[in-house]
Each structure stands twice: as C-alpha cells, then as structure tokens.
Design a protein around this ligand. Structure first.
Ligand code: DQA
Length: 147
C-alpha cells in the first residue's frame, strides 16, 4: 500500500517559520516521524512539498495511475483558497485526510473555511506532527476495510 503525503506552501520552512505556531521541528523531522509509523504499519510513503498550486494539482491527478491508494494532505494556505485542489482531490477519487499543524479554528477568520476538506474523509487540526500520524493510521484502516 502506497500513500502520498503532500505538504503545501511554506511548509518547507518548518522549524524556522513562526515557531510559536508551527513548532521548532523541521519538515525532515516530520518525514522521519512518519516513516517510522509507516514501517510499523507496513505501508510505503512518498513525500512531496510544493509552493505551487498547479504542481499539487498535477500530483493529485496522477496519483491513481502512479499506484497510490490514499493521500494525506496539508494544503497550507491553499486550504482556504483552492477550488483547483478541491477538484483534483474529487477527480482522483482516492481517500484523503486533510491535516493542519495548528488549530485553524482558533486562528484568524480567513483560516476557518477549508475548500479542500469537502473532498476529504476527515480533517485533523491542532495536533502538530501527531496529526499526520493519526491521519496515516486512519487512512490505513479505511483502506484495509475497502479491500
Ligand atoms: C496550516 C494552516 C494554514 O492556515 C496556513 O496557511 C499554513 C499551515 C497548518 O498546518 O496549520 O500554511 O495548514
């Protein structure tokens, strides 16, 4: 089972970017944490970070033919703006879980609405890196049920 982990704009700056909100650990630290969980669950992960909406749209659109069974996505700022990523997720038809490091509901009003969540089986926000871990565990359960 192969799962695609997508991180959107500015998440390459983790560790340096607003550490009081996003913490002091880096994207590499996040990937290392997730790899350990993936090994324990016997699933394969591929990581992708981009600051470009179209690249994320392409990646999602190609995910089924590239052998992915599910998607974990933190669309970052595109969460609140991107109908294109929403449509890509719907088009791909793979189960997806949306993750946010911060609790977007406790932040500015413009972060309260997610376009992309409508195409996801669930959303996890505010649990930092652990949110990705719970997303992975849930996705694997969902995919095993679908077998
Ligand atoms: C974020 C929340 C978004 O509102 C913000 O634009 C981000 C990160 C999060 O992980 O908490 O870049 O998705």
């Amino acid at each position: 089972m192969k799962i695609l982990v997508i991180n959107g704009p500015n998440l390459q700056l983790l560790g340096r970017r607003e550490p009081e909100i996003y913490g002091k650990l880096t994207l590499e630290d996040l990937e290392d944490q997730l790899k350990q969980v993936a090994t324990a669950l016997s699933v394969e992960l591929e990581f992708f970070q981009s600051n470009h909406e179209g690249d994320i749209v392409d990646l999602i659109g190609n995910a089924p033919q590239n052998g992915f069974s599910g998607i974990i996505i933190n669309p970052a700022a595109y969460t609140h703006t991107s109908v294109a990523i929403l449509d890509a997720l719907k088009g791909a038809g793979l189960p997806a879980v949306e993750v946010h490091l911060s609790n977007v509901k406790s932040r500015e009003d413009f972060r309260h609405h997610s376009f992309t969540a409508a195409a996801c089986v669930g959303v996890i926000a505010g649990l930092g890196f652990d949110g990705y871990e719970w997303a992975l565990r849930s996705l694997v359960k969902i995919l095993n049920k679908n077998d």
